[in-house]
Ligand binder design. Structure first.
Ligand code: FES
Length: 156
């Protein structure tokens, strides 16, 4: 796998415009195809080879929802807007963080769930809301959020 990874990085660093966004995205897609994600260490190595700042690659990974830094299986987008906030969204977020063991990078302790937040998901009438893998969950409570989190960790 190491050899194949080197091949990919070498190929994209020898392109006429290695630092172009098109080239970088294509390289990151290929790396993800090989490894399942684009770990930070690999981003740094590729950035050095292509003579771009590691923050440029990190930005692209953040920008493209299909690219991921860690091999998580589920993504939760929790609302931190005012309407949800008035209905226990803060407690719900804390519950999710606690149940899943979410670290500073937003990834759960077992590496399978990414938790992100957004200020208003534009579904205020059914607050509090969150998206799990693109599916809207409405009128949550800390209890239902805990159950949702547990259903994800039980999956293995
Ligand atoms: S504040 Fe949560 S959906 Fe608008």
């Amino acid at each position: 796998m190491e050899e194949k990874l080197n091949e990919i990085i070498e190929y994209y660093s020898s392109q006429p415009q290695p630092a172009s966004q098109e080239n970088l995205v294509a390289m990151l897609r290929e790396i993800q195809g090989l490894l399942g994600c684009i770990p930070l260490g690999v981003q740094e190595r590729a950035a050095a080879e292509l003579k771009v700042k590691p923050s440029v690659l990190a930005c692209i990974v953040k920008l493209y929802p299909s690219l991921k830094q860690a091999p998580y299986r589920h993504e939760i987008l929790a609302c931190t807007g005012a309407r949800c906030g008035a209905k226990q969204a803060g407690e719900i977020l804390q519950t999710l963080r606690r149940e899943l063991g979410i670290g500073k990078d937003g990834i759960s302790a077992d590496g399978t769930v990414l938790l992100r937040t957004q200020n208003c998901l534009k579904h205020c009438p059914t607050a509090p809301n969150l998206y799990l893998d693109g599916v809207l969950h409405t009128r949550l409570t800390p209890k239902s959020a805990a159950e949702l989190a547990r259903s994800l960790t039980k999956e293995k």
